[in-house]
Ligand binder design. Structure first.
Ligand code: SAM
Ligand code: ZN
Length: 326
């Protein structure tokens, strides 16, 4: 299978018609609007980002330099990625496939998958995060696109795989995104994602941390500190990182339980399966231990408990797979 040319791959985010590629300018003749390609990044941001999306973008731009250190790519998240997401993910054959990662952030979550896919397109609303993704993935066959996942700048039926890690819950109405995913996936193409479970308190606590007044936030951070295995240096940075952020909106407006995701995907014609990931009953300190044997034992206990409905309900995250059937 050959990779589409950029003229075939991209489409106007507004009207979805073919684009005209000049040297650094990209033009939709129908809408009479221009997009740009600069320093290795395609800029397809819609002109009509609402307040919520503007803030989302500004916040992620602001925190991108510390992003890998605190929010993701820290031991807890890499543990989930390596023990749950990748094994689930790699049941699908990625060879020779065209993949799109939406809300790619700094690209750490999809980085390994690149060795297999033929082309990986990384899309995010935040230029800050994308710039870090670009540094991480520059050795790979990747494209970088700044855009809104509600208005994907790609032609119909152009991807085999769409991935999204911890980003759908940032979208106010994910039905629009699911419609877009469906449009750009080929038939039998798969969407693979992982999203937090709203019933699990640590997630709320993450989002709440940022909205607390300083005094309370310090308390929460102290608590947080006790549950993290980070060097002192990282912890000090973490505090200053949280302090500067003041947000008008709850950025997790699309947080839903997995049954709601299932219903939305199924209504749009996907076959949906999910697997809960539960670690919440185990102390993070132990899970992040360097002792691999201990970690394995703990993960096994966690998996066994997840067979009980009570724990499944409270799962930490849900890994989801949705296949386009029609
Ligand atoms: C919690 S982060 C997850 C990032 C990455 N997938 C990871 O696992 O680390 C959410 C990401 O979604 C992006 N995002 C938020 N709203 C978006 C939108 N409307 N379109 C595209 N990306 C968006 C943010 O900029 C941020 O990089
Ligand atoms: Zn157009």
């Amino acid at each position: 299978m050959t990779i589409q040319s950029k003229e075939e791959l991209f489409a106007c985010p507004e009207c979805k018609s073919r684009l005209h590629f000049g040297d650094n300018k990209i033009n939709c003749l129908k809408c009479n609007i221009f997009f740009t390609y600069k320093d290795g990044i395609y800029h397809f941001l819609p002109f009509t980002l609402d307040d919520y999306d503007q803030e989302q973008r500004a916040v992620f731009d602001k925190i991108s330099s510390g992003y890998d250190m605190y929010l993701n790519a820290q031991p807890f998240y890499t543990l989930i990625r390596d023990n749950y997401v990748y094994p689930f993910w790699f049941k699908d054959d990625f060879h020779n496939k065209t993949a799109l990662d939406i809300g790619c952030g700094t690209g750490w979550a999809s980085a390994k998958a690149l060795s297999m896919v033929k082309l990986l397109v990384n899309l995010d609303i935040s230029l800050g995060n994308l710039t870090y993704a670009q540094q991480r993935l520059k050795a790979h066959h990747s494209l970088f696109v700044q855009s809104d996942m509600k208005q994907l700048p790609f032609s119909d039926n152009s991807f085999d795989i769409v991935t999204c890690f911890w980003a759908l819950h940032h979208i106010k109405d994910i039905r629009i995104v699911v419609e877009e995913i469906k449009r750009i996936l080929r038939k039998d193409g798969v969407f693979l994602g992982i999203e937090p479970n709203p019933k699990y308190s640590w997630v709320e606590y993450w989002s709440d941390t940022m909205r607390f007044p300083n005094r309370l936030r310090d308390k929460v951070l102290q608590l947080h500190r006790r549950t993290q295995i980070h060097s002192q240096k990282h912890l000090i940075k973490e505090e200053s990182y949280m302090q500067g952020i003041h947000m008008k909106y709850d950025h997790h407006a699309g947080m839903m339980n997995v049954k709601e995701y299932k219903s939305i995907f199924e209504k749009k014609g996907f076959k949906f399966v999910f697997q809960p990931v539960g670690l919440e009953m185990l102390p993070p300190r132990m899970i992040m231990s360097k002792n691999k044997k201990l970690v394995k034992i703990l993960l096994d206990i966690s998996d066994k408990r997840l067979r009980l409905a009570y724990y499944r309900e409270k799962a930490y995250f849900n890994i989801i797979r949705a296949q386009k059937e029609r």
